[in-house]
Design a protein around this ligand. Structure first.
Ligand SMILES: [Zn+2]
Length: 411
């Protein structure tokens, strides 16, 4: 069993075949969720699954589960999956790799006539990207109860079409109640979408956790006045106070290494005129870290600094938390299975904490879960130039195969 390997040509060819649906002139893919192209992609993948002897279940939010029976079908399935919808300027690998790696695992087991104790399932989740409809990670979010089916159905695109209507239209509104589908363990392979593996020249990223994030809107209120006649000591300059807070965002991130992140990415200055002292400055703050305790400390530091700055300058500073996603540690059994498979197969490896969201985060709320990362070129994704090496995709799929076999058991 330790000699068992997937067929990397077949995996690559399937990826290239699926990428033809919605292919863009620059070599990327535009296959937005619940469009005609998404239907074509879904039909192609489920067709391949039927050819591989899998049975298919679709739930009411359009999540698709493709099942290979095990010896004991009362056991919950060992599942893998991801998404096949893309960004408007998406690539061939984001999401698609996770689904087709799962299919390749099944095809390999079929080739070798290997029977597992628990069933194996390959899933693709509806609207992971959140580009046409919000919220993101919609299918897996409904599945784990993060929000309701009704809330998801009512989401509208820019043309006013709803998720409910579009699911119906493309024929992927199934019968199964979301969440009424047992999962024994969940694995997701994905391109890293960051530069860490490539930079360190490693092939497999073992993912212990996904970072949590805290988003804030911060508003400093001053008073507009003429930039010439108003002496320096009589000003209420909102920009100068914002300019004290912004470097502190970075300082806070640096105080909680190695995973502390602090970003100010958006700023509005009122009235935004070169000879007016700014009366109001609004900006965003994005704080991230890998566990709740550290993220909370960053939050407390931020509030304390803002209080102090406001008191010292006499200008009101309002800070409001607008979003919070808790950090998601993956299950030690699944992380361990990935680590063990990677070591057994002899690939170079390191731990990589995910800074991006994935369906595995929601799967982790209802089952033990883990992820496998492979490098992507220059760490770039959500871009038509997204690229990955065939041998890296092969390695990730081999790790998936062996991790799943360990959890499913071989008869
Ligand atoms: Zn993805």
């Amino acid at each position: 069993m330790s000699d068992l390997r997937i067929n990397s040509d077949r995996l690559w060819d399937s990826l290239m075949e699926l990428a033809k649906i919605g292919a863009t002139p620059k070599g990327g893919v535009k296959r937005l969720t619940l469009t005609d192209l998404d239907k074509q992609g879904r039909d192609l993948v489920t067709g391949w699954a039927r050819d591989a002897g899998l049975s298919i279940t679709v739930d009411q939010i359009g999540n698709v589960f493709m099942r290979r029976d095990g010896e004991d079908n009362t056991l919950p399935p060992i599942m893998t999956g991801s998404h096949i919808d893309t960004q408007p300027t998406g690539g061939k690998f984001d999401g698609n790799y996770g689904v087709l790696a799962g299919l390749e695992v099944v095809r390999t087991l079929n080739d070798k006539g290997i029977k597992t104790r628990a069933p194996i399932e390959v899933a693709f989740w509806t609207n992971e990207e959140g580009s046409r409809f919000v919220p993101v990670m919609m299918g897996s979010g409904v599945f784990c109860g993060a929000f309701t089916l009704e809330h998801a159905y009512a989401a509208k695109d820019t043309e006013g079409k709803t998720v409910g209507e579009e699911l119906e239209r493309i024929g992927y509104k199934g019968d199964e109640v979301p969440g009424q589908h047992p999962i024994g363990a969940y694995f997701e392979t994905h391109i890293e979408q960051g530069p860490v593996l490539e930079d360190a020249d490693k092939v497999i990223g073992v993912v212990p956790a996904v970072m949590g994030l805290s988003w804030y809107d911060c508003t400093v209120t001053g008073m507009e006045a003429h930039a010439g006649p108003t002496p320096m000591h009589l000003r209420k300059d909102a920009m100068q106070v914002a300019a004290q807070i912004i470097p502190e965002v970075v300082a806070i991130a640096n105080r909680y290494p190695p995973y502390g992140r602090g970003t100010v990415g958006m700023m509005q200055v009122f009235p935004n005129s070169r000879n007016v002292i700014p009366g109001e400055v609004k900006f965003s703050i994005d704080l991230r870290n890998v566990n709740d305790e550290l993220l909370n400390k960053m939050h407390e530091d931020m509030l304390a600094f803002i209080d102090k700055t406001s008191a010292e300058t006499g200008l009101p500073v309002k800070i409001e938390r607008v979003s919070y996603y808790p950090p998601c540690p993956f299950h030690p059994d699944c992380v361990g299975a990935v680590r063990k498979a990677t070591d057994k197969l002899g690939y170079s490896t390191m731990d990589v904490v995910s800074g991006a969201g994935h369906d595995a985060i929601y799967a982790a709320r209802v089952a033990p879960a883990g992820m496998i990362f492979v490098p992507c070129k220059d760490g770039i994704s959500h871009n038509e130039i997204e690229d990955a090496k065939k041998e890296h995709l092969e390695a990730g799929c081999n790790v998936l195969l062996h991790a799943m076999l360990e959890r499913a058991g071989v008869v």
